[in-house]
Each structure stands twice: as C-alpha cells, then as structure tokens.
Design a protein around this ligand. Structure first.
Ligand SMILES: CC(C)(COP(=O)(O)OP(=O)(O)OC[C@H]1O[C@@H](n2cnc3c(N)ncnc32)[C@H](O)[C@@H]1OP(=O)(O)O)[C@@H](O)C(=O)NCCC(=O)NCCS
Length: 153
C-alpha cells in the first residue's frame, strides 16, 4: 500500500489515543482532554495515512529555525519496519535542516535513532514532571489497560 504523508493535518484526538495504545507509546491517553491540549500546544504534527486511517505520527515543538523538540513518534504495529518512522523523521528534518532536533527515546526504541543518524547526548538533563508519567506503567499493563482503544487504531 502507498501511504500519504502530511505536515498540515490534525488528526482526531481519539485516533491519536488509539494509535498510541496500539504502538504502544505510553502517554496519558486515559485523559483525552490532556492529549488534545498536548496537540493544541504543538506546532509540528507530522502524519502518515493509509487512506483515512492514521498509521503514524510525530509531534514536536519547534521555533522553525534553530531548535526543535520531538515529543512523540508512533507507528501502528501493522505498519512498523516499513520505513514510516524514518520518513516521519525525514519530514521533520525537511521542514528546515537548520533546526537541531532533540528527543527522549522510549526503552523500546533506544537503539532506533542511532541507526538513522541521530547522536546520543551525554549532556541531556531532565526536570521531571509531576503527576502521571510513563515510567510508572509498564508496557504490558498499558497495553492491557487500553486494549479496546488499541483495537480501534
Ligand atoms: C520505534 C518506531 C517509531 C519505529 O518506526 P518504524 O516505522 O517501525 O521504523 P522504520 O521502518 O522507519 O525503521 C527504520 C530502521 O530502524 C530499524 N528499527 C525499527 N524499529 C527499531 C527499534 N525499535 N529499535 C532499533 N531499530 C529499529 C528498522 O529495522 C529499520 O532498519 P533498516 O533501515 O536497516 O531496515 C515504531 O516501532 C514504534 O512506533 N514503536 C512503538 C512506539 C515507540 O517506541 N516510539 C518511539 C518513541 S521514542
């Protein structure tokens, strides 16, 4: 199948939640309003579509000329290992190659980015958020909690 890629489409919040459940990508998908706000506050939303089905997404924040933070990257398991993630990252780069992107890799993707030309950072620092965070839930629990949602992706 040939997929369509977009830099200007804002998917339905429930399609995003279902894709995160299926991928899986641990985000507060139990809180649809928060996912909506996460997207409303993001100025880079890159998507991959099989017809009207959302199959891949990257969300980021960027000034468009120097810095960018890639917050989420998720590809539906039916479409993984077919270059969708690579293509979404290339799209981010192509918005403006003068932008330096940073991200936090998930445990399941910690070796993914080196392969695609990203460099690891010895000097990255984090100020932890309060409330729900992904390290409080393991992947099996997350998948079990959201199986119904994942099936809709
Ligand atoms: C990680 C993820 C985004 C990769 O997307 P994808 O579309 O499946 O990956 P691609 O097809 O673009 O893979 C490109 C290359 O990376 C390799 N690769 C894929 N997934 C990988 C992983 N988890 N770890 C290491 N290498 C990986 C592929 O084999 C491929 O190698 P090749 O070019 O030599 O053939 C996707 O598997 C996913 O959504 N995982 C769950 C959510 C997640 O962890 N997201 C990342 C958050 S930081």
């Amino acid at each position: 199948v040939s997929l369509a890629y977009a830099t200007d489409r804002r998917p339905d919040v429930d399609a995003i939640r279902a894709l995160y459940a299926a991928a899986p990508l641990r985000r507060p998908i139990h809180d649809a309003a928060r996912i909506r706000r996460m997207y409303e506050g993001s100025n880079v939303v890159l998507t991959a579509w099989d017809g009207e089905r959302l199959v891949g997404i990257a969300r980021g924040l960027s000034d468009g000329c120097f810095d960018g933070y890639l917050a989420d990257l998720a590809v539906h398991p039916d479409y993984q290992n077919r270059g969708v993630g690579r293509r979404l990252l290339e799209l981010a780069r192509s918005l403006n190659p003068e932008v330096q992107w940073v991200l936090l890799a998930s445990p399941v993707a910690k070796d993914y980015y080196a392969h695609l030309g990203w460099s690891g950072l010895p000097n990255a620092w984090r100020l932890n958020r309060e409330g729900w965070d992904y390290h409080q839930v393991d992947y099996d629990t997350y998948k079990a909690q959201h199986a119904e949602l994942a099936a809709r992706a």
